[in-house]
Design a protein around this ligand. Structure first.
Ligand code: ATP
Ligand code: ATP
Ligand code: MG
Ligand code: MG
Lengths: 264, 264
């Protein structure tokens, strides 16, 4: 089971769009996938048309210890793709959990219980991929995502502010590695909202490649309005516009992600 | 003195770009302006080329009570435009201040002291406009911005997720009005990153106008790459590309903001 946190404290860079569509592309390639919404904006849940009423099972109730993770998972309209959705209740979690015991590892512990029980019953992993959509901050919710994941994918918009936040993020990942989870590793950087016609986009992409040699995916995700339209219909790009450049980009990214899998 | 918080918990919608360039446009129109960076990403400070070393006066040291606001203000390269910059120290503030007495109104109190002292010495207001650039969340830092401001401008990207977060934001503004600051009012909605060629942009703009009749500025800010390039040079749009559509849009927005001023 690969657990990957999609993160960047810079807002609006394509984290949610990537979690949904990379998840869907991996599912189309035959991998079993769960996408987890840990953003109080609940944009991932919204994108998939999942509306969680207040007090219903959600990421929030899992973190608060009220619901086992298995009971909060829901099906989506895509085969092999399930979700752990959330709602606005989650926006209270950072303050509510500020004093809780083990507050940084609540998500990790809930996943561990789910995984162990599944392996005991069936002898195999519950899923192939677990993807976390993080909020645009480095607070307790994102820390929970990083502590629960083994890999980090950084979504980077190829614009000026992209490079600035990265040093802070790398510092936080280092902190988590030292204090909470030595196995955590930054394994991929995904260029999002890329526009090959803009000199700014090309220049920033070049700088990101120089800064993080070997970590930046060859496949960037180009700006494509179909990707921005799909969420209004509660659909992945493959359901909304399967022939679009957006669908092609995410399918190619998924192929590159699969290639990284350790051969059995 | 008008105090305006530029806010939206949705990330990457144009808050920082608007605070800098609306601030600069008001300054060019002869108003004295201070822009305040209350985002731990310190994107506003970066955009203006202001690099604040650790432990130097900043929004962080003002909130922690270590520096009077007057001592943390810095000049910018634009006439009539000053800034209260910050740095990454601010990212610790939300947890550090979680238990502080009056934690929601630290910024308001610092501004009140600065204003009262200035009026005592000179008999007039310290500035005409105080603009706050808020982070993409509704945590303690954004609450401080809302409690210190009399007006709220909502920056809205004309895309699907734009409408979703607005009901939560309106709820929070109501909470602040009831509990902290009855004078707070949502007085403007600024359509940002608008692309007239996209049906999605036109549709969302129509919905935002229906949802908030009379609050949406007639002047929207169109997508213009010069606006994304200017921060890499530490410049406002008026310094970097004064003839660009981006400069024209922000100048027209500033004129509309000035028209709202109560006539003396
Ligand atoms: N490749 C793309 N082409 C066109 N539009 C895109 C693309 N990727 C994302 N978008 C749009 O850009 C906006 C920001 O994307 P998204 O919400 O996925 O970013 P995010 O990083 O998750 O934001 P936040 O920081 O608020 O969580 C959304 O309106 C989305 O529909
Ligand atoms: N009108 C515009 N045209 C082109 N690019 C723009 C425009 N407005 C903003 N941008 C670019 O879009 C990105 C997001 O804008 P900005 O950083 O101002 O948003 P924000 O809401 O402050 O983000 P955050 O939520 O991270 O604080 C930046 O790279 C910025 O340069
Ligand atoms: Mg998101
Ligand atoms: Mg900003």
């Amino acid at each position: 089971m690969r657990t990957i946190a999609l993160i960047n404290q810079k807002g609006g860079v394509g984290k949610t769009t990537t979690t949904v569509n990379l998840g869907a592309a991996l599912a189309r390639a035959g991998r079993s996938v769960v996408v987890v919404d840990i953003d109080p904006q609940a944009n991932l849940s919204l994108h998939l048309g999942l509306d969680v009423p207040e007090n219903a099972p959600s990421t929030y109730s899992v973190l608060m210890g009220n619901t086992p993770l298995a009971d909060a998972l829901v099906e989506t309209t895509s085969e092999n793709l399930r979700a752990l959705p959330t709602n606005i209740d989650l926006s209270g979690a950072e303050l509510e959990l500020a004093g809780a015991f083990g507050r940084e590892t609540l998500l990790r512990d809930a996943i561990r219980t789910w995984r162990d029980e599944h392996k005991k019953k069936t002898g195999v992993e519950p899923v192939d991929y677990l993807l976390f959509d993080c909020p645009p901050s480095l607070g307790l919710l994102s820390i929970n995502g990083l502590a629960a994941a083994d890999e980090v994918f950084l979504c980077v918009q190829t614009q000026f502010f992209a490079l600035q936040g990265m040093s802070k993020l790398v510092e936080i990942i280092g902190l988590i590695q030292r204090r909470l989870h030595p196995g955590l590793k930054l394994t991929g950087i995904i260029p999002c909202l890329y526009d090959n016609r803009l000199k700014l986009s090309r220049e920033v992409l070049g700088e990101v490649r120089r800064y993080f040699p070997g970590l930046v995916f060859g496949q960037s995700i180009a700006t494509n309005v179909k990707l921005a339209e799909a969420p209004s219909f509660g659909k992945t790009i493959f359901e909304y516009a399967p022939g679009s450049p957006g669908a092609r980009d995410y399918a190619a990214l998924a192929a590159a992600v699969i290639e990284m899998e350790p051969t059995a």
